[in-house]
Design a protein around this ligand. Sequence first.
Ligand code: C5P
Length: 214
Amino acid sequence: AGPQRLAGRHAIVTAGPTHEAIDPVRYLANRSSGKQGYAVAGALAALGCRVTLVSGPVALPTPAGCDRVDVVSARDMAAAVESALPADIAVMVAAVADWRVEAAGAKLKKKGAPPALTLVENPDILAGIAAPGPRRPRLVVGFAAETETTREHAQAKRVRKNADWIVANDVSGDVFGGDANLVHLVTGSGVEDWPPLPKAEVARRLAARIADAL
Ligand code: C5P
């Protein structure tokens, strides 16, 4: 196979955290660095794929060959993914906040009792794009960060979200912000345990597998 194995294909990749506003100056977030998602976007582009990288707030340069769309919240990310369709491939690497805050319109004041935060559920972007329909990408890949029973949870997640593959990420070690990753590739035919690899190498292997599958 030649180096441009994904020429003519379009992939949507999400990456990074989302920020959910509490009020105009505060937010809820998580420790995602965006490194793995950016590496996946770059690896797909390196195979000649057209890549739309929908990115939460991170401090990383845009990988060569990717069209980057910057978003802040989960709802922004869902809308950007939707507008980037149609696509052949979706790889949802972002650590999307499960909940958003019923945000205050004005800065909360530090007086009296501390304010209670009311959380409401965010849209599940992976489940949305993987749902059956004419615009479903041919290959939908999710990531799953787990600290225990990684493989079993990932199998269940693959089925529940109708994803084709889940890359199950063991985050019990030093994964967030780090350069190495320990993953299992969960497909319809079973689970592959990959050795500990740099995030860039996980991305290259995954992109090659995606090219094989299409
Ligand atoms: O359920 P969980 O958050 O562990 O699932 C992880 C996978 O689902 C990742 O691929 C992540 O990008 C995606 N996801 C999403 N939208 C959400 C929550 C998770 O796309 N609201």
